[in-house]
Design a protein around this ligand. Structure first.
Ligand SMILES: [Zn+2]
Ligand SMILES: [Zn+2]
Length: 357
């Protein structure tokens, strides 16, 4: 009903009464609040514990997340942890293997009464005061915050129906389908840079309206990392806000995957893909590139091993020598990637493309 009322109801309302600027702003503000409640709260804080914070922010994120009407933290986290632990199996609630529609919204519609109450693997969250309160008053919070507050704002400027259509129904439709796209499109189309065996994909485009959650291949590979988009230019507002709050000590213990592990997974994915492509090609190409690939593989493994030794004592990285080595490893591994991409381009030119990279 939400998409029907949100899209058609709002369109009919606009046709008869037009738009006032308060309404798109109301939609954007409530979208931001409820969307951040889901990504920063439900997802990165509660489901993955990728950072820590104080009880006050836990309450704020619980309330904001409730406004998205995506169920309680416990149910959301239980489903989500199953999605990560049992990806693409019968126990993955939104498995892409069952089809795009199932992963997108079908699983919500099919949800049986038993399944709705089946909450497992979230004992660590049950004692939090915000969660205990939400379990008792979920619908009260969602309706007061998600519907009544937009209605009151609408009454203040004289268009309560317009405010509810924009700030509640249309906004909830957008928040829902943005989240659902992570489960469907981000397991369907995009690059698999960090793990080619997973169906999850990276999509910068989806990140634009999911507060940075589109880098899903990286997230499936390193789920406890507080970032989803790791490069400085990757659009990930959730990561930026968590980082900014850490300067004020509101967030702490931000979990970050070590760089050598990220490079290792990137290297292994690209190398495996190139080997697969060569195996499917003829002997001429195999002779041309296989030896080169094994030399690059050996160099990369040597560098990553030395890098790992320094990273183990990451807290002691203070010496000039260690810093110098890190800089060297980074630049050497980047050269190796450049070589691998060159080989990949040459194979592309010869039509030896797979859809993995
Ligand atoms: Zn996923
Ligand atoms: Zn996740």
């Amino acid at each position: 009903m939400f998409p029907l009322i949100g899209i058609f109801g709002t369109s009919i309302y606009i046709y008869f009464y037009g738009v006032v600027w308060y309404e798109p702003i109301l939609l954007l503000v409530f979208w931001f609040i409820s969307g951040m409640g889901i990504t920063m709260g439900y997802h990165r804080l509660f489901s993955h514990k990728s950072y820590q914070t104080n009880t006050f922010l836990e309450w704020v994120l619980m309330i904001f997340g409730s406004l998205a009407l995506e169920n309680t933290v416990l149910k959301w986290s239980s489903d989500h942890r199953k999605h990560h632990s049992f990806s693409e199996t019968e126990d993955d609630p939104y498995s892409i293997v069952k089809g795009f529609w199932h992963a997108h919204i079908g699983w919500v519609l099919k949800n049986t009464t038993e399944e709705k109450s089946r909450i497992v693997g979230v004992k660590d969250l049950e004692k939090k005061s915000a969660i205990i309160f939400q379990n008792k008053y979920y619908y009260h919070i969602a309706i007061i915050g998600g519907v009544l507050i937009p209605l009151l704002i609408g009454l203040m400027y004289g268009r309560p129906l317009g405010a509810v259509l924009w700030g509640s129904f249309l906004r909830i439709t957008l928040v829902h389908h943005a989240t659902f796209l992570i489960n469907s499109l981000c397991h369907y189309k995009g690059k698999r840079t960090y793990d080619s065996s997973s169906t999850s994909r990276d999509s910068w485009f989806i990140s634009l309206f999911t507060f940075g959650e589109g880098y899903h291949n990286y997230h499936h590979k390193f789920p406890s990392d507080f970032r989803n988009g790791i490069s400085w230019f990757a659009f990930d507002p959730s990561k930026w806000i968590i980082s900014i709050l850490s300067f004020f000590r509101i967030t702490s213990h931000l979990r970050k995957t070590k760089d050598h592990l990220i490079f290792k997974s990137k290297f292994e994915t690209l190398h495996t893909t190139l080997i697969e492509r060569l195996n499917n090609s003829n002997e001429i190409y195999q002779n041309l590139y296989k030896d080169r690939l094994s030399v690059l593989s050996k160099s990369a493994n040597d560098i990553l091993l030395s890098w790992q030794k320094i990273d183990i004592n990451v807290n002691s990285i203070s010496s000039y020598i260690d810093k110098k080595h890190l800089k060297e490893y980074r630049s050497e591994i980047k050269k190796i990637f450049k070589d691998l991409h060159n080989i990949s381009r040459k194979l592309n030119k010869r039509g030896l493309v797979t859809n993995t990279i």
